[in-house]
Design a protein around this ligand. Structure first.
Ligand SMILES: *[C@@H]1O[C@H](CO)[C@@H](O)[C@H](O)[C@H]1NC(C)=O
Ligand SMILES: *[C@@H]1O[C@H](CO)[C@@H](O)[C@H](O)[C@H]1NC(C)=O
Ligand SMILES: *[C@@H]1O[C@H](CO)[C@@H](O)[C@H](O)[C@H]1NC(C)=O
Length: 440
C-alpha cells in the first residue's frame, strides 16, 4: 500500500513540527483511520467522533480556533447543515464546511459527476465520472475529516420529498444551503425554509460571470445583473416572500464581447445526455458557459458567510443600499435608549442625515472605547447632559448596554467606569465636533 504509507509519512512529518503530538499521531494511526484495506470509505463505519482523538481534531482546526475563538468554534462544530445541490458551487461549500469543523452535514443531489463538470468541481477526479456526486464528495471528505457525520441522499430534492430529505432522521437543520440551479426547485426550497424558519442562503448564477470584484452577498431584494436570482425573486414575491434570504451573486454586467448562453451542442445531443436531462421536468438543457473558478468563488463566499454568521464573528457586509438602514438603526437605538433610561420624551435632536457625520467624521467609524468598528450604535454619554452632538458617542451594542447599566441607569461616575485614556479620547472627539460645527 504505497499510497497508505505516503499519507502516513506526511501526517507524521507534519506532526513532528508540532512537538508533543507525535505520540498521539502514532496511536491515532495505529487505529483504523486510514485502514481502507478491506472496505471502501463509503461503507466505512468510522463516523463517531469518540473514536477520534479530540486533541488531533483540535490541532487540525487550530487556525480556525485562533480565528473564531473557542466559543465560535463550539458553535461551528455543533452545526447540522444541509447542502442541496453539490455541483460546482455546492462541492466547494461542503468541502470548506467539513474542513472548517462542521460535524454534521447532509448532502442532497440526484446527479452524477460528468466529465464536463470537472472544470469546476472541488474534489471529483476522472474515476468519479458517472458516479453519484454525493458519494464522490463523501468519499473524498471523509479522508480529510473522518469524524464528520456525512449523510448522502442521492435523490432529487423537490417539494414532495422536502420534509423527509431536510428534516427526516432527526436532522433538525441549523442551516440549509441552496446550490440548486433549477429555478422552480430553488424557489420551492427557499419558500420551504422561509416558512419553517430554517436559516437559508442561496447561490445565484455563476454562469457567464468572470469578474471577481463583483461577487456580492446581499438580500434577495437587492441582487442585480443575476438572471437566476431575479427569476427567483419574482416567483418568491408571488408567494408573498420579498426579503430575508441572503444570496451570493455577481453584479457583473453582461457584455456582447463576453461569454453568452450557447445552444445545445450536437455532441451533447449525440451522447443522449439531453433527453436524460429533459426527462427530469424543467431541467435546463442549454449548455452554460461557466468559468470554473466562479462557482468556486460563490461556494467559498457562502461557506465564509455561514461560518462567520454561525460563530457570531463580527461581519458587516458592505451593502450600498443598506447603509441607510444602519443609520436609521443608530437613531432608533438612541431614541429607544431614552425610554430605557426613564425619559418620557423619546425624541432626539439629531437627524438621520447627520448620523454619517457623527459616525464617520467625528468618531472615524469606530468606538472610542474599544476601537471596534462593527456592531456599532449610538449612546448618550454624560447622563447629566441632554443629547447633542457633543453628548453622544459611537460605541458597540455591547458597550452601549454596559454604559446604560453602569452609567446612565446605574449612577456610576464616568471616571470610575472608563480609563483616563478613553475619557480623553471622547473629550477630544467632542472638541473636534465643536470645531467642525462652525463650518456646518
Ligand atoms: C485493518 O483492517 C483489517 C481488516 O478488517 C484488520 O484485520 C486489521 O487489523 C486492521 N488494521 C489496523 C491497524 O487496525
Ligand atoms: C454589492 O457590493 C457593493 C460593495 O462592495 C455595493 O456597493 C453594492 O451596492 C452591492 N450590490 C450590487 C448590486 O452591486
Ligand atoms: C485605540 O487606538 C488608539 C490609537 O488610535 C490607541 O492609542 C488606543 O490604545 C486603542 N485602544 C484600544 C482599546 O485598543
Amino acid at each position: 500500500m504505497p499510497c497508505h504509507s505516503k499519507l502516513w509519512l506526511v501526517v507524521a512529518a507534519t506532526a513532528l513540527i508540532t512537538a508533543g503530538t507525535v505520540e498521539v499521531v502514532h496511536r491515532y494511526l495505529a487505529g483504523d483511520l486510514f485502514n481502507t484495506s478491506e472496505s471502501s470509505p463509503t461503507t466505512s463505519t468510522i463516523t463517531t467522533k469518540k473514536e477520534h482523538s479530540e486533541e488531533l481534531i483540535r490541532e487540525q482546526l487550530a487556525r480556525n480556533y485562533a480565528f473564531l475563538s473557542e466559543e465560535g468554534m463550539d458553535k461551528v462544530r455543533k452545526q447540522r447543515i444541509v447542502v442541496v445541490g453539490v455541483g460546482g458551487v455546492g462541492s466547494w461549500v461542503t468541502t470548506m464546511l467539513v474542513r472548517s469543523g462542521v460535524e454534521k452535514i447532509r448532502i442532497i443531489d440526484f446527479d452524477q459527476v460528468s466529465l464536463s463538470s470537472l472544470n469546476r468541481h472541488a474534489v471529483a477526479n476522472l474515476k468519479d465520472v458517472g458516479t453519484p456526486k454525493v458519494e464522490c464528495l463523501k468519499n473524498h471528505l471523509l479522508q480529510i475529516a473522518p469524524w464528520v457525520d456525512m449523510q448522502c441522499y442521492n435523490e432529487l430534492w423537490n417539494i414532495k420529498s422536502a420534509e423527509r430529505l431536510l428534516l427526516g432522521d432527526d436532522m433538525n437543520p441549523t442551516y440549509v444551503i441552496d446550490c440548486i440551479d433549477n429555478i422552480d426547485t430553488k424557489v420551492d426550497l427557499l419558500e420551504f425554509c422561509h416558512r419553517n424558519n430554517i436559516p437559508v442562503i442561496s447561490s445565484g448564477g455563476a454562469a457567464c460571470k468572470s469578474d471577481p470584484t463583483r461577487v456580492n452577498v446581499s438580500d434577495i431584494s437587492k441582487t442585480e445583473e443575476d438572471a437566476l436570482s431575479k427569476s427567483v425573486r419574482l416567483r418568491l414575491k408571488k408567494r408573498g416572500i420579498t426579503s430575508n434570504i441572503p444570496v451570493v451573486f455577481s453584479a457583473e454586467k453582461p457584455d456582447p464581447r463576453k461569454a453568452q448562453l450557447l445552444p445545445v451542442s450536437q455532441e451533447e445531443i449525440a451522447k443522449g445526455g439531453v433527453e436524460q436531462l429533459a426527462a427530469l421536468q424543467n431541467f435546463r438543457v442549454r449548455i452554460l458557459p461557466v468559468l470554473g473558478t466562479m462557482p468556486g468563488m460563490f461556494g467559498l463566499a457562502i461557506a465564509t458567510h455561514v461560518l462567520t454568521t454561525i460563530a457570531g464573528y463580527p461581519v458587516e457586509p458592505v451593502e450600498g443600499k443598506n447603509r441607510y438602514k444602519m443609520y436609521d438603526n443608530f437613531l432608533q437605538s438612541l431614541a429607544g435608549q431614552q425610554s430605557r433610561i426613564g425619559k418620557v420624551d423619546q425624541r432626539v435632536p439629531i437627524a438621520l442625515n447627520e448620523i454619517p457625520y457623527i459616525l464617520e467624521e467625528i468618531f472615524r467609524g469606530k468606538s472610542p472605547i474599544s476601537n471596534f468598528s462593527t456592531r456599532l450604535t449610538l449612546s448618550r454619554w454624560d447622563p447629566s447632559k441632554e443629547i447633542s452632538f457633543q453628548n453622544c458617542v459611537v460605541m458597540t451594542k455591547e458597550e452601549q448596554k454596559s454604559h446604560e447599566d453602569r452609567v446612565l441607569n446605574g449612577g456610576e461616575k464616568l471616571e470610575d467606569v472608563y480609563s483616563q485614556e478613553v475619557l480623553d479620547r471622547v473629550a477630544k472627539r467632542f472638541k473636534e465636533e465643536e470645531y467642525y460645527s462652525h463650518f456646518r
